[in-house]
Ligand binder design. Structure first.
Ligand code: MG
Ligand code: MG
Length: 253
């Protein structure tokens, strides 16, 4: 069942989303060559706890860390470790925070130092695809309209769309109904209604969209080792559109 959130619930979801946004902003200056992903995890965890919230991913289905750090060809669910970032890497950081029982969820891909033109292209257009998808959100439109817009944009820019991983509803659970795929056809899937809260999260690749899971049972990477990017915002459906809960005032970082 897809839940419609009350104004009171939306106020908690806004606070959770804002904590996630602030955590991204707080981490950003630390994302540079030489830092260990484990250090980013600790910084994020301490920051979230300081806001009277808790990291949503810690212990979720057994996930061993507070945030996900996925480097280069890794797509999602990378586990923070002693690995140090290198100049020219890209890193997708996925952050969830739970405030008074309500979650926020947002991922962003960052450049470490100077990156190649190819990687810049991937980041620019994966980020753009998120906003192209979000523009479809208003009462009466369908979940499939979001995926159709993202997939069409990705194809126009020769980027691979990962289909096995999808966006989702957000509420008292970090993952709720409905699934929000990054592909689809216009007018398909559930109808969007005011008060629904969903996370939209395109994951695009420079090569094949095929993925595989590593031996740690968490990290997902592209089968052809091509780089992947991941941008995600949690949003609420409003009277005539949507409001981003995880992106500050203008929905960007
Ligand atoms: Mg996420
Ligand atoms: Mg998500």
């Amino acid at each position: 069942m897809i839940s419609i959130k009350s104004d009171r619930e939306i106020s908690f979801l806004k606070e959770a989303g804002n904590i996630v946004y602030q955590t991204h902003c707080y981490l950003k200056p630390y994302i540079k060559a030489g830092v260990r992903t484990k250090e980013l995890d600790k910084l994020a965890s301490d920051f979230i706890l300081s806001k009277n919230a808790s990291p949503s991913f810690k212990g979720y289905e057994g996930f061993p860390a507070s945030i996900c750090t996925s480097i280069n060809q890794e797509v999602v669910h990378g586990i923070p470790s002693n690995r140090r970032l290198k100049n020219g890497d890209i890193i997708s950081i996925d952050i969830g925070a739970c405030y008074k029982g309500y979650h926020g969820d947002s991922a962003w891909t960052y450049a470490v130092g100077k990156i190649s033109d190819e990687k810049l292209y991937l980041l620019e257009h994966t980020k753009k695809s998120l906003f192209v998808g979000l523009e479809q959100i208003k009462p009466g439109n369908h979940v499939g309209d979001i995926g159709y817009a993202i997939e069409t944009y990705a194809k126009e820019h020769n980027l691979g769309v990962i289909k096995e991983l999808v966006g989702h509803g957000v509420g008292t659970n970090i993952h709720e109904e409905p699934d929000v795929p990054n592909y689809g056809s216009k007018g398909s899937g559930p109808v969007l209604k005011k008060g629904m809260v969903i996370a939209v999260e395109p994951m695009l690749t420079l090569g094949s969209p095929e993925i595989c899971i590593l031996d740690d049972d968490w990290t997902i990477e592209t089968a052809d080792y091509s780089e992947a990017a991941h941008y995600e915002h949690t949003v609420v459906v409003t009277d005539n559109g949507f409001e981003i809960l995880t992106g500050g005032k203008n929905g960007q970082e």
